[in-house]
Design a protein around this ligand. Structure first.
Ligand SMILES: [Fe+2]
Length: 280
C-alpha cells in the first residue's frame, strides 16, 4: 500500500484558519469503522465476483450504521457549499470537491485514507493502489441530485492518469427514484455486454475500474434528494500535461467550477498545494 502519496495530512478540526463544522475527528475512527464494515465479508469470494463482473462489485450493505449517519450529517452540512453544474444533454447536478471536504468535513478525508479500506480494495482489485494527487478534486467528492432532472448520461470514469483509476461509490442519501444503470464487459471483446441497474441505498458500496464500466444515473424528479460519495484511487498518479489540461477543463465545467479547479492547479504547479511534482 502506498498511502504516502499525499504528504499533506488533513488536520482534524482546524485548517486554513477555519473550524470544521463536523464532529471532532478521532484518530483512526474512520479506519475502525471500515474494520467493522469488513468484519464478516468473504474477500476471496468477492474478489471472484469482481473479476467475473469485469472489474465491478456491488455491496448493498457495507458501512456500519453510525458511519453512514456520519456521512449523511456531513452531506447535509455541506449543502451550502454545493457547486451546481449543467451540461445540456449530458449532466445536471451539484458537487462538493475534496478541497471543501478537507476544510469542513475532514472525517471523509480520513475515510478515504483508511489503511484497512485501501488494503481491502487492493485485495479485490488485485492492484497496488495509491491516493489521487492533492490537486485532484475527485479524490473524494460528494455528488448531489437535488433538482428535478438532475442526472448524468452514459460515460466511463476515464483515467487521465498514466495508470488505472478506480471509483468507489458510497450511498449517502437516497430519497429519490434515480437508478445507476451500467453495462459490464463493454471493453471485453470476448464477453457480451451485460446490462445491470441498481438503486444503491445509504451505506452501500460500489467499486469499479473507471475505464471498464459504462454507466449513467437516471434523472431525479421534483422534491427528490440523492447524495453519493465518490472515492478515487489510482495505480500511477502521474498525468501528462495535455491530459492534465483536459482533465482540469472537464472538472471545471462539469463538476467544481473554474475557481476551485484552477486555483488548486496553479498552487500545485507553483508548489503551494502539493509539495512534490509527482506526488508519489
Ligand atoms: Fe461516473
Amino acid at each position: 500500500m502506498s498511502v504516502q502519496a499525499e504528504e499533506q495530512v488533513v488536520a482534524p478540526g482546524v485548517r486554513d484558519g477555519s473550524v470544521a463544522s463536523g464532529a471532532p475527528v478521532q484518530a483512526g475512527d474512520a479506519d475502525a469503522a471500515v474494520g467493522r464494515a469488513l468484519g464478516d465479508l468473504n474477500t476471496n469470494q468477492l474478489r471472484n465476483e469482481y473479476v467475473d463482473q469485469g472489474s465491478f462489485l456491488y455491496l448493498s450493505d457495507f458501512l456500519p450504521a453510525d458511519a453512514t449517519q456520519r456521512l449523511i450529517d456531513a452531506a447535509n452540512a455541506l449543502m451550502p457549499e454545493v457547486n451546481r453544474n449543467f451540461i445540456p444533454g449530458h449532466k445536471a447536478g451539484g458537487s462538493v470537491s475534496r478541497h471543501t471536504i478537507d476544510r469542513l468535513q475532514p472525517w471523509i478525508a480520513e475515510l478515504y485514507r483508511s489503511p484497512k479500506l485501501i488494503a481491502w480494495l487492493e485485495k479485490i482489485t488485485g492492484d497496488k493502489l495509491q491516493l489521487s494527487p492533492q490537486d485532484d478534486p475527485h479524490a473524494y467528492a460528494l455528488y448531489y441530485y437535488t433538482r428535478a432532472g438532475d442526472h448524468i448520461g452514459w460515460h466511463y470514469d476515464t483515467s487521465y492518469y498514466d495508470g488505472r483509476r478506480y471509483t468507489v461509490l458510497l450511498g449517502v442519501i437516497d430519497d429519490s427514484s434515480c437508478i445507476l444503470d451500467y453495462e459490464l464487459h463493454t471493453r471485453d471483446e470476448n464477453k457480451p455486454d451485460e446490462p445491470g441497474a441498481v438503486q444503491y441505498p445509504p451505506g452501500a458500496l460500489i467499486l469499479f475500474d473507471g475505464d471498464k464500466l459504462r454507466h449513467r444515473v437516471t434523472p431525479s424528479r421534483e422534491g427528490e434528494v440523492r447524495v453519493s460519495l465518490t472515492l478515487e484511487y489510482v495505480t500511477n498518479p502521474n498525468m501528462r500535461p495535455w491530459r492534465r489540461f483536459i482533465s482540469n477543463m472537464k472538472d471545471a465545467i462539469a463538476y467544481f467550477g473554474f475557481r476551485q479547479v484552477f486555483r488548486k492547479a496553479l498552487q500545485s504547479a507553483t508548489g503551494g498545494a502539493r509539495k512534490t511534482g509527482g506526488s508519489v
